[in-house]
Design a protein around this ligand. Structure first.
Ligand code: NAP
Length: 469
């Protein structure tokens, strides 16, 4: 009877996971998506706990759940800007779990369940361990690069024949795997298995070393799909259908997200994985001194209130300074004054997909004021003022005009087409890709130097002061 209950729970959990992904497509239903995912996972854990084999392991399972909570709760409280590295750590744990389960299962089989060691089972187990191992070390490396520890360079580390030697390592692991599949009970089996595990762990590190910080969120998403595939393999090893379906959903959604991100940055998959993007750029020969024009908050406020269409372009700087609530106040004031205000959302603004949507939703800015890049670009020539709030690369015209630029080909928000540009940032420093932005030197552009929250706050003050005008 229990079996039926367990299988029914598995079907329900799978349905909840699918609904969760579907609901996360839209900010209006995203919260529901998260809740549905949490209920699905709780159901999955409880149902698995009921499996007859697990009865004797209650204490261990309870202990593991407690440790998971102990680590998960503080991890869930990191600021939004640290979510990419937090996500990488989650994938690392997923990969580690798969590799450990695979290792334990292999030795259990070897010690008494050799009949289980069919070609299919051993192959699935080796795929699980390979993908789990490389996801573990790869994700740890990705997280450390993003956290910015001093002993791991954030820049791509490259050396001669790098791709070739990495590939050779992977081929060696596969050859060892084939040897093991052909005779899984041979005397050297534990050693061969250990060799594969070590190669997988080393491959994870070597795979990430040549990738720069700028590509890390995309790589994390690729590692997500590896972790998912590893869970699928684990599902076949343990004969657990829920692991197969949940892993497949995880693997495919990670892959789709990576493709979307690559498209938004105009990069190919191979270029992200092997291109060493973000390598030390020959520092842009700064021979001629170009100059910025600074504007005061008072002058900027006047420009804003005289406009009929204002497009706000938020970026990473808005996230860092947590300026979204002040931006909301600015939105309210301008709208009250009869100005149409729209937000131009670039798919890779900030440091993770949907970063701007989440922040603006948190500040309760109406969803219909958020306009995707492709939809807003045709309106920009008619726009009176574009207000850039801590964005840089996503409004850099070099992506359209400079063939030598590392971001050439990346679709951008064409802020330079507006009548006037106001740009908020703290200094003359470049954005994530490390390159200058011509937009800030244009005649029509006025800089508002300072922390985004403080500057937008100043604009709000100016506009509230002139409320009666
Ligand atoms: P960006 O190019 O990193 O520029 C952000 C700008 O914000 C900087 O120039 C910085 O200038 C300014 N800033 C930082 N802190 C600030 C503060 N407290 N107040 C005001 N300004 C501040 O950001 P973006 O335009 O949003 O572009 C995102 C970049 O990340 C792209 O290159 C994208 O490819 C990359 N990326 C994103 C994702 C994703 O999923 N979203 C994934 C992978 C890569 P100052 O230092 O002068 O203030």
């Amino acid at each position: 009877m229990n079996q039926h209950l367990i299988q029914a729970s598995y079907v329900a959990a799978t349905a909840l996971f699918i609904l969760a992904l579907h609901w996360m497509n839209d900010p209006k239903t995203a919260r529901r998506g998260v809740i549905s995912g949490v209920i699905g996972m709780t159901l999955a854990v409880l149902a698995t706990w009921l499996l007859p084999d697990f009865i004797v392991h209650h204490v261990w399972i309870a202990l593991a759940v407690a440790v998971g909570f102990g680590l998960g709760v503080p991890l869930s409280q990191v600021p939004l800007t640290a979510v990419p590295q937090r996500t990488a750590l989650s994938h690392a744990f997923g990969g580690l779990a798969a590799a450990l389960v695979g290792t334990a299962e292999f030795f259990l089989w070897l010690q008494g369940h050799q009949a289980e060691m069919t070609t299919f089972h051993v192959s699935a187990l080796l795929i699980e361990v390979l993908l789990g191992g490389l996801t573990f070390t790869g994700s740890i490396m990705a997280a450390l690069k993003l956290i910015g520890v001093s002993w791991i360079p954030q820049r791509p580390v490259t050396y001669p024949l790098q791709n070739f030697s990495n590939l050779a390592l992977l081929i060696l692991a596969v050859v060892l795997g084939v040897l093991l599949v052909l005779d899984p009970t041979q005397a050297a089996a534990p050693w061969i298995f250990g060799g594969i595990l070590v190669l997988a762990l080393a491959f994870g590190v070597l795979l990430i070393i040549p990738i720069g910080g700028a590509d890390m969120p995309t790589v994390i998403s690729i590692l997500n799909s590896y972790a998912g595939l590893s869970a699928v393999a684990m599902g076949f090893v343990l004969n657990n259908k829920l692991l197969i379906t949940a892993g497949a959903l995880d693997g495919s959604s990670g892959l789709i997200l990576s493709v979307v991100m690559c498209k938004a940055m105009n990069r190919s998959f191979t270029n992200v994985l092997f291109g060493a993007f973000g390598q030390v750029q020959a520092a842009a020969a700064s021979g001629e001194q170009k100059s910025y024009k600074a504007e005061t908050a008072e002058g900027a406020a006047q420009l804003l209130e005289q406009a009929s269409l204002v497009v706000i372009v938020p970026g990473y700087g808005m996230a860092v300074s947590q300026a979204q609530h002040k931006v909301r106040e600015l939105y309210d004031l301008l709208t009250k004054k009869g100005v149409t205000v729209k937000f131009a959302i670039h798919p890779v603004a900030g440091r993770m997909p949907g970063h701007m949507n989440v922040l603006l939703a948190e500040a309760e800015i109406p969803y219909d004021a958020l306009v995707e890049m492709d939809e807003i670009n045709p309106d920009l020539p008619q726009c009176d003022v574009v207000l850039v709030v801590g964005a840089n690369d996503v409004v850099n015209p070099a992506a359209r005009t400079d063939k030598g630029s590392p971001i050439y080909g990346m679709p951008i928000i064409e802020a330079e087409k507006a009548r006037t540009v106001l740009a908020i940032k703290r200094s003359k420093n470049p954005g994530f890709a490390g390159i200058d932005n011509e937009l800030y030197f244009l005649d029509k552009t006025w800089m508002l130097f300072g922390d985004a929250k403080a500057v937008v706050g100043e604009l709000v003050k100016q506009l509230s002061g002139s409320a009666g005008h």
